[in-house]
Structure formats: C-alpha cells, structure tokens
Ligand binder design. Sequence first.
Ligand code: FES
Length: 359
Amino acid sequence: MSHEDDPLEHERASWKPSPGLAVAVTDPVQNNELPPHRERVTDKDPAAMKRAVRTVYTLFYLSVAGSVWAIAAYMLFPIEDGQTVSIRNNNLFIGLGIALALLALGIGAIHWSKAIMSDKEFIEPRHATRGRDTTREAAIKAFADANEDSGFGRRAIIRNSLIAAAVASIAPGITLFRGLAPQDTPTQPNAGNPVYLLSHTMWKEGSRLAHDPSGTPIKASDVTLGSAFHVIPEELASVPRSEGYLDEKAKAIVLLMRLPQEQLHPSPGKEDWAYDGIVAYSKVCTHVGCPVALYEQQTHHLLCPCHQSQFDITHEAAVIFGPAARPLPQLPITVDAEGYLVARSDFHEPVGPSFWERH
Ligand code: FES
C-alpha cells in the first residue's frame, strides 16, 4: 500500500500543529541520509585483519592471566591478624590482577567491535507517536463532558469549597502528632523534656539490683564467677504496668556479671564502680537500642544480636567490633548492710543510642 492510500499516513502528512504546540525550526535537517560507508584498513587488507584478530585474542588471554594472578595473590598474600602490611599487600596484588583482567577484557572487546565486526550502518525508521485526530478529539470530549456533568468548572463556589475542605482535612492529622510527644505534668515538671528523660533512669543511690522480671533482690554472694544476671531496679517491680512501666524498664535494664577482679581495667575515678569483680552495664545497645543480651563467658564479651556490635567487659564495655559508637554506660554498684547489691547512683551518662543534645 502506498503512502497516498494509507489514511493514517495521509492524516499525519496533513497534520498542522496548533500555534501553542508549533516549534519554529530555523535550521531543519535537509538530508538525514547517512554519509557514504568508508572502508577500514581491516576491510581492505587481509594482513591487517589478521593483526587485529591477533591483538584481540592476546588481550583476552592477558585478561585470563590477570584473573588467575588475582586468585594466586589471594593465596600468596593472605591477611594476617594485626599485620597492616599484609592487608596492604593483599589488596594491592589482588587489585592489580583484577585491574589487568578487566582492562584487557574491555580494550579487547572494543578493538574487536571497531576493527573486526561489521561496521555497516543501518537505519530503522521510526513511526510517529502522535495519536489520530479522532482519538485526540474523543479524549478531549470525555474531559469536557465530565467537567460539564460534575459542574466542577461551572460551579466555582463548590469547587473552591472542596479544595478548602481537602486541604483542611490534613490539619487534624498533623495536630494529633503533638499528642505523641511527652508533656510536662504538675508532679513531673521535666516529663516533656526528651533530653531529661533520656538522661535519667529509675536507678538512684541505694536502689537494690533485682532479678528481671521477678524483682527479687540479688546478694553479692549469689553472683558466682562467670555468671550473668538480667537486672532491674527493685522498685520497678512495684510500678503499675499501666503507668510508664515499660518506658522505665526500657531505660533501666542492666546486665550483671562477675569476673576475676584482676581482669577488670577501670579508668581513674571508677575504681569503686565494681564490687569484688561484679560489674553492671546498661543492656541498651548504644547503636540503635537493641538489648545486648548475649554474654560470652570465656572472652568476657557482650554481643548485640541486631548488628553484631561487641563490647569488652574487661575494658569498661569498650566497643571492639560493630557499628556501636560508644561503650555501654556502667552502673556504679556496691553492697548494703545486708549484703544486697545496690546502685551507688544513676548512670553517669544517657543510656542507649546517641542523640544530638547528648552531652
Ligand atoms: Fe546493637 Fe545495632 S543495635 S549493634
């Protein structure tokens, strides 16, 4: 069928853009034919073609050699514990092998396509994407009919009041977010201050350390070498569940462990924060707040199961692995006259993840 017989082609040829859509073309392409094909050296000279083939497979074999070297380097230059030189050599030689492999592979592929593969140009004609006039008119009519039926454009007062109602309907949702934030009360003037809330827990001087969740106080003599206890303040057991019990518990949970005294390395000023090798640390991970509940008795490491942070109890719960940025806060402890373990004070820093206003 010729272009003249095809109604679609005819419609396209006679289509004139509306003034709003028209683009003034000052430099239209006069001839979009491709320039005449130019033969390459490898097309005309069989010896040049052979050379190109040789170059390409040499590059590909070079790439194989690079990959093999990278694997060999992995075995020849292993990373040894604590040896930074071994890390450097391992990375350097494996990297060189991989770089050679990828570079030779890439150059070989480009040379193959440029010098050996056919370079004849082809044109794939593109069809116009514009719809038929009848389709466009039907779409416009559908919009106009809907507008007329609904009166959206005609009845301005309804339209404007609808827009106002839609915008206003979002406002209550935003206001309700305020209700999620803590607020001051007459008996707790700092209850609405998040920095204060995060900086204080239920622990205070004389609070007995008790089993979680029973609330039974723990005597120092109950804590044998190598044991670990999950602990809460004794007073927490009497807080009604409905009145902030979980909030208080989330901040106050502690892990209690006993180590040989000589394995502890307290920093100056903290020598009396442990009692006879018994130490207490916040159980709230300083990364994003998961409970650090796994104790490795042999290594004295605490593990956080969420993102594998590890804390060394012999060195004040210093971070030795993982994303946590600071040690677990220590709860200073001692014993009372009856031999029960008690807190010397609250924690000396906020527990849990870091936040902007943390000092
Ligand atoms: Fe403990 Fe992420 S919360 S490592």
